[in-house]
Design a protein around this ligand. Structure first.
Ligand SMILES: *Cc1c(COP(=O)(O)O)cnc(C)c1O
Length: 414
């Protein structure tokens, strides 16, 4: 029996970047010129027009009534946060330092929320002083907040982060359902709501976050619907009307061969339906979605230079001046179970035909320092520029920069 030739899965097309005369363009500027502007390789470059395009897509697909928040941990570069703050409806921070960057960026504290388990007393004071919404993640945190609020005389605005009794199916990362360190179990929320009432905290609503990196519209819609229904049930025990209902996000981007972009249209339809229900069932509530990588991930690329080209027992290695220490996720060591290649190209040879499979490795003394494993790339030589796409989120700040003590990359907003 003969098998029909099977086509290998490919990376989804990268629609946000173009090339001219064989060279990748970043917001209309040739790659070599962007690199010269940076003054060094390696670097991260974030493309403003790609950020605009993504926000426009979301605005077109989601109902107007749904607020679009940027979850800053995906990329907290101050210039990028300022760019986003002027274009989205709110920012979600997860530490005192993110809060500082968000406030410096000019974001409206009233449209900001602060989530995360184990917020320190200093962070809680920062948050109440700034007047942002605190997503309460434990009973202790609620009591401490009431105490700090009374001591300082500033009201604490609170929402309850619920650990739902369901998961976001087929997610890259599950952050709700079962035992979790995030939020308060749905079963315990009625008791917490009574406690918040007794403490006299200003209750404003609920926050749910079921998971991340999801490419299936159907799963996202299901989680949004279940989140809404759960919040509606729990609202019966709330000490005040629900004014904000943050349904989380989880919108994924295609990183690996065979993955397809998320279809936003059904997600938009589902949210329109929830907006209609909320108008009747929770008339004071505004719905929020909070997105990180979906907003910024595709707009960023990581760029490094080929330093050496070596052949070892028939296999070619391109050794570059960047790697795992700058971009842990592309090396496959940031939560992936099976290592797969990010989309990688030779940015100054975009029109050249693909050659024999090569591996792109960094300068670190560990075999984990691998940016592309046996990938068919155009023939590249020392001096050429390797670019890693889908690198605008969980890159620079999610990587162990100090490991092996090589220089840091530069970050540019182009
Ligand atoms: C990490 C996180 C996000 C952003 O996740 P993405 O996968 O980047 O969209 C949003 N909300 C919360 C609560 C998070 O912890």
């Amino acid at each position: 029996m003969t098998e029909s030739p099977r086509k290998l899965p490919e990376h989804a097309p990268l629609s946000l970047f173009s090339s001219a005369y064989g060279e990748l363009q970043i917001n209309g500027i040739p790659l070599s010129r962007v690199v010269a502007r940076a003054g060094q390789t390696p670097l991260y470059a974030y493309d403003r027009s790609a950020l605009d395009a993504r926000i426009a897509e979301l605005r077109a697909a989601l109902p107007r009534a749904v607020k679009l928040h940027y979850a800053m941990k995906a990329n907290p570069m101050p210039a990028l946060v300022a760019y986003m703050a002027a274009r989205v409806d709110g920012l979600d921070v997860a530490s005192g330092r993110e809060l500082k960057v968000a406030l410096d960026a000019g974001a409206d504290p009233h449209e900001m929320s602060f989530a995360g388990p184990g917020k320190s007393e200093a962070e809680l004071i920062q948050a109440i002083a700034a007047g942002v919404l605190l997503n309460v993640e434990s009973f202790r945190e609620a009591r401490l907040l009431a105490d700090l609020s009374a001591r300082h005389g500033w009201p604490a605005r609170v929402a309850v982060r619920i650990n739902p009794d369901f998961e976001l199916k087929s997610s890259g990362m599950k952050m709700g359902g079962g035992p979790k360190q995030f939020g308060v179990d749905a079963e315990q929320v009625p008791e917490l709501l009574r406690e918040i009432g007794r403490l006299g905290l200003a209750f404003e609503g609920f926050h749910l976050y079921a998971g991340s990196q999801n490419l299936k519209a159907e799963s996202i819609c299901e989680a949004q619907l279940k989140s809404y229904d759960l919040a509606l049930r729990l609202a019966a025990d709330a000490p005040a009307p629900v004014r904000t209902l943050n349904l989380g996000g989880g919108f994924g981007i295609p990183y690996f061969p065979g993955e397809q972009p998320l279809d936003l249209a059904p997600v938009g339809d589902n949210l329109s339906h929830l907006v209609e229900r909320a108008a009747r069932e929770l008339p004071e509530a505004g719905l929020v979605v909070e997105l990180g990588r979906y907003l910024v991930g595709e707009a960023g690329i990581y760029i490094c230079r080929v330093v050496d080209r070596k052949v070892s027992r028939g296999h070619t290695y391109l050794v570059v001046d960047g790697g795992l220490h700058h971009h842990l996720a592309a090396s496959g060591n940031f939560g992936q179970v099976i290592r797969k290649n990010y989309p990688v190209a030779i940015g100054n040879r975009m029109n050249a035909p693909a050659g024999e499979p090569v591996s792109v490795v960094g300068p670190l003394c560990t075999p984990l320092d691998l940016l592309a494993d046996r990938m068919s790339l155009p023939d590249a030589q020392p001096g050429d520029l390797v670019v890693v796409f889908q690198s605008g989120a969980y890159g620079f700040t999610a990587s162990p920069q100090g490991f092996l003590s090589h220089p840091e990359p530069v970050e540019l907003l182009v």
